[in-house]
Write a protein that binds this ligand. Structure first.
Ligand SMILES: [Zn+2]
Length: 51
């Protein structure tokens, strides 16, 4: 499962598909719950990519 920003959503999906070999569920984190950083940069995480 990945947490990522707007910029790295495609990268996170690619990595998920490479590893798990199926399409991930993508959840948009509500603004007031965005407390984790993107796993690929230092921006605020906006999406959870996983199942
Ligand atoms: Zn990022």
């Amino acid at each position: 499962m990945f947490i990522c920003c707007e910029e790295h959503i495609e990268l996170a999906i690619d990595m998920y598909v490479d590893e798990i070999e199926r399409a991930p569920e993508i959840i948009h984190i509500p603004v007031d719950k965005q407390e984790k950083k993107c796993q690929f940069c230092q921006k605020q995480g906006v999406y959870v990519v996983g199942n």
